[in-house]
Design a protein around this ligand. Structure first.
Ligand SMILES: [Zn+2]
Length: 329
């Protein structure tokens, strides 16, 4: 789905620009009928602008005073045009092209840099037909219900599951609030059904609402992407994974393990950490399982560069049923 996104976005800009030109054409057509003098003036201004351009090419005597004279005429004509428009009840910029984004004039780029509006289009496009879009409508901070977490202490945990969850949520909210100014990475671990994916969805939803580009991949899909990048040379996909505002890797450990996946995971973590690009990883593994599954190089990066959050709950089956109910609300 994320392959070929750039072509699609450029296509969107192309459509916006042709809509802009079409609207300008129809405004001109209207004025041609109702206020043709304005268009005459506009044409006159156009001719004078051509004269300025030609004067650069041709060697004209007294070029400075010649140019001053033309510029003065253009200013007079512009004033006359504005007056005519306003007197007849038209906005002063009625003959100017209108852009949805005045920063990039609907090209998506300011010089070689992507405009802010490009990212918004990317987010919309990326999530338009995704399942995640529907999931995020159901699973967000508004539907989060702490009462599905037990208020009884379990094993040797210092906090009750509910207090632990409230604590983690508060930190997640702070993470969202300070997202722009910090480069922290989050690591959620714990048994299945303890709210990791739910909270991950909450965070994704809030950051997307704030206009950040969150790339959400299950570990399995991420490794498919990495294989695609390595063997089919897809620079757009690679750029997306490396440069998104937050890469979420859901369910680390469910991917098919191979030498390839282990090397690629290490390379990915390393590159993202070196370039200060943020990640959120969640896994059903305990820390012991994590260390016995992945190489030391990987676990040291995960444990050393991520803030760790342990999710847990009472094993009571009713709690799990409640958590499922919360998901299906
Ligand atoms: Zn723009």
């Amino acid at each position: 789905m994320i392959k070929g996104y750039q072509t699609q976005i450029l296509d969107i800009y192309e459509k916006i620009r042709s809509k802009n030109s079409e609207e300008l054409r129809s405004r001109k057509k209207e004025l041609a009928e109702k206020l043709p003098e304005v268009l005459d003036i506009q044409r006159e201004i156009g001719k004078l602008c051509v004269k300025i351009t030609l004067s650069v090419i041709n060697n004209i005597e007294n070029r400075d005073s010649y140019l001053d004279e033309i510029k003065e005429s253009i200013t007079d004509l512009k004033i006359k045009k504005s007056e005519l428009l306003v007197e007849n009840g038209y906005p002063i910029d009625y003959l100017e092209e209108k852009f949805e984004c005045n920063k990039c004039n609907d090209t998506g780029f300011i010089g070689t840099k992507k405009c802010q509006c490009y990212k918004k289009k990317l987010v919309t496009l990326y999530y338009k037909n995704s399942d995640l879009n529907n999931v995020l409508l159901r699973e967000n901070f508004n539907t989060f219900n702490y009462s599905v977490f037990s208020n009884r202490k379990v094993n040797d945990k210092p906090l009750t599951p509910r207090k632990n969850m409230e604590d983690i949520s508060a930190k997640a909210l702070y993470y969202i609030e300070t997202f722009n100014s910090k480069s922290d990475n989050l690591f959620f671990y714990g048994e299945p059904g303890t709210g990791k994916t739910f909270l991950t969805h909450c965070i994704a939803k809030e950051l997307l609402n704030k206009g950040f580009f969150v790339l959400y991949r299950t570990a399995e899909n991420l490794f498919k992407d990495l294989r695609e990048i390595r063997f089919n040379n897809t620079p757009n996909l690679e750029n997306l994974i490396l440069n998104c505002d937050l890469l979420i890797i859901d369910d680390l450990g469910t991917e098919q393990m191979s030498n390839f996946s282990i090397t690629e995971l290490f390379n990915l973590l390393n590159t993202k950490l070196l370039t200060n690009k943020k990640m959120l990883v969640n896994t059903n593994f305990s820390l012991d399982e994590l260390m016995s599954t992945y190489t030391d190089r990987i676990t040291s990066r995960l444990l050393g560069n991520f803030t760790l959050f342990n999710f847990y709950n009472d094993d009571d089956i009713r709690v799990k049923i409640n958590l499922n109910k919360m998901k299906n609300q």
